[in-house]
Every structure is written in structure tokens, then in C-alpha cells.
Design a protein around this ligand. Structure first.
Ligand code: AKB
Length: 339
């Protein structure tokens, strides 16, 4: 029996990950979220805990009760929300991650073995200065353009480094004390699109919002220009990427942090696909200049060749397959509609 802790369990990735992991009978999921866990997820987990990752007493009590094999630390404030509440974002995104890493170290010492720590980072760690540079940069590699312009991007980039520190150098001067062993593995996700859930607080949210509005027959005012281009991925592929990275043999991994992506349509191209499925969809493009600036600073595409090479990453859904086989059928079912 594997015992897995998932923080941010109610979030979009949490939903997909819990449903997918619950297919395995040899897995016990402890789901932690600030809010009470969604009713639909409750039968899929061993225990649902409503609590704060900033509450160290709660984390200590969980650590005293369970021997975790793997921690998926998903809880975070996304980019738009973090920009509106930067101090809170820093607390949740950075202090929260530090608390979870400390908990993992404690678990490793108690259990006398390595604990896997899976951490979703984001294309928000990149920061391109202007659209000309963005166009020239093309597929950005993991080490390029690490000059984020948002609190969320800064938090994610720092926490990637924190994870690497805990995996490699933690207490490096302290020869006598047991260091604890963290097997830190991190994915930089692009914007994610789910047919089941709608994100809150992100800046890549225009794509899923446009689709979900059309499926409900609601008009949508898109907050970025039609030519805005960033990488995206369908949610099932994001879940697969996490599970594949978790399962990859350590000796095959040449780095701690991997880009992953699937397709990179412009907002206008997304609208075309939405309109093909929902011909009455009504979308207007009214850029919010502040949110536009954030998305403009993110790369138009990322290079995920390291993930392909090291652990065989390959998305199942390209753009057209994502719409035809996952997104459109999924939203029709979600909103109980027929074409
Ligand atoms: C956001 O928009 O903040 C997130 C992300 C790109 O990490 N979806």
C-alpha cells in the first residue's frame, strides 16, 4: 500500500490526480485542502483533511499519523490572484512549500528512506521583456529567460530552487545530524485546460473560460488579444506527466526541473476551435492591459525535449485531438448538452 499526500486537493490538478490515482487499489490518498474536499472526490480518498499548509501543527500531526511515500504539493495561489494579494501569495506559495519540504525531511528521517516530492511549477517562471524578444525566443529551454515578472512566477522559481536545495544540499555543514532524503521532481506546466473544472485566479484562464462559457451558451469577454500565444496542455496529459515523472527511474533523470507542453495556439485560434464546436459562441476580445502584460511575458512555446529524452514524455492530445476527443465531449457532458 502506497500512502500519498496531495495538497491543494480541491484544485484542478488535484481533481484529475485523485481520480486517476484512485483507479489503483494499492494507493491510500490523504487529501489536504483549505476547503472541505469536494463531495465527488471524498469516496476516492482514504482521508480528507480541511486545513492550511501554513499550519505546522497540522502538518506535524499528519506526519505523526502516516508514513508518506510520495507528496504531491499542488497548493498555490495562481498568477492573477497572487498579483492582487502578493504578501498572501508569498506566504502560501513559498512558506507553504517550505513547510511541506520540512515535513518531507522529517518523514524521511522517521522512515529511514527517500520521500518523493512532486512539485508543479509553471511557465510563469519565465519573463520575456517584450513581444519582439518573445517571437525571437521561440521554444524556450529550462535555463533560459528566468526573469519572472509576477509574484507567482518568482515564488515558483524560488521553490524550484528550494526543492533542489532540499534534495542536494540540505544541512550540508551538519555532518552529524541525519539529513533526510528528498527525491524532488518538478514539472513546469503550461496553461492547463480541463473539460471538468474551471480554473480560478490564473492568467492562462482565458482558454478554459472561453470553452466553458460557449458550452453553457454564455457570451465571453476574452481579456487578452487574439494574437496572444502561450503553450497549453489538456488536463489528462498534465496528470499523466506528473505520474510518469513520479514513476521514472531516478538514474534516468538528468535534471530536477522539466518543461512539458502539448500545443500553443493563439487566443484567436482557440476561439476558432470553440466556434467550430459551438457555432453560436459569442466571444469579444477586450484586453485587460495588466493581465495582457503578464501573458506577453510568458514564452510562446517551451522546449520539452529533456522530458522526452529522459522519461519518454509525449502528450496524448495535440490541439485538434484535445478539442475533438476530450474537451468538447467533456464539456457537453459536464453541462448536459447535445450538439
Ligand atoms: C496561471 O495562469 O497562473 C497558471 C499558470 C500558467 O501557471 N495557469
Amino acid at each position: 500500500m502506497k500512502t500519498i499526500l496531495i495538497t491543494g486537493a480541491n484544485g484542478e490538478i488535484g481533481h484529475g490526480l485523485i481520480s486517476r490515482l484512485a483507479e489503483h487499489s494499492d494507493v491510500r490518498i490523504i487529501a489536504l485542502d483549505l476547503q472541505e474536499l469536494d463531495e465527488a472526490l471524498k469516496p476516492k480518498v482514504y482521508r480528507a483533511v480541511a486545513g492550511d499548509i501554513l499550519d505546522t501543527a497540522l502538518l506535524e500531526s499528519l506526519s505523526a499519523t502516516y508514513n508518506f511515500d510520495t507528496i504531491y504539493h499542488l497548493a498555490a495561489l495562481l498568477s492573477t490572484k497572487a498579483e492582487r494579494q502578493p504578501v498572501l501569495a508569498h506566504k502560501v506559495n513559498v512558506d507553504g512549500t517550505l513547510n511541506l519540504l520540512e515535513m518531507a525531511v522529517g518523514q524521511s528521517r522517521l522512515q529511514g528512506r527517500e520521500i518523493k516530492f512532486l512539485y508543479p511549477s509553471s511557465i510563469a517562471v519565465y519573463g520575456l521583456p517584450d513581444l519582439e524578444t518573445k517571437a525571437r525566443a521561440g521554444k524556450v529551454k529550462e535555463h533560459e529567460w528566468l526573469t519572472p515578472r509576477t509574484m507567482y512566477g518568482i515564488n515558483k522559481l524560488y521553490c524550484e530552487q528550494l526543492g533542489i536545495y532540499y534534495a542536494q544540499y540540505y544541512r550540508q555543514l551538519d555532518a552529524d545530524s541525519p539529513r533526510g532524503h528528498i527525491d524532488f521532481r518538478c514539472l513546469r506546466f503550461p496553461g492547463l485546460i480541463s473539460a471538468v473544472t474551471v480554473p480560478t485566479g490564473g492568467t492562462s484562464d482565458y482558454a478554459p473560460e472561453m470553452l466553458h462559457a460557449a458550452a453553457q451558451g454564455k457570451p465571453y469577454q476574452c481579456f487578452v488579444r487574439e494574437d496572444t500565444r502561450i503553450p497549453f496542455m489538456a488536463m489528462p496529459d498534465a496528470i499523466e506527466a506528473l505520474l510518469q515523472l513520479e514513476a521514472a527511474p531516478r538514474h534516468k533523470l538528468t535534471r530536477f526541473v522539466y518543461n512539458v507542453t502539448a500545443f500553443n495556439p493563439s487566443a484567436g485560434e482557440i476561439f476558432e476551435l470553440v466556434r467550430r464546436a459551438f457555432p453560436t459562441a459569442h466571444v469579444t476580445f477586450v484586453p485587460d492591459l495588466k493581465r495582457q502584460r503578464i501573458v506577453d511575458s510568458w514564452p510562446a512555446d517551451v522546449d520539452d525535449s529533456a522530458a522526452q529524452r529522459d522519461w519518454g514524455w509525449q502528450p496524448t492530445y495535440d490541439l485538434h485531438r484535445a478539442f475533438a476527443e476530450y474537451l468538447v465531449p467533456g464539456v457537453l457532458q459536464r453541462y448536459n448538452r447535445k450538439l
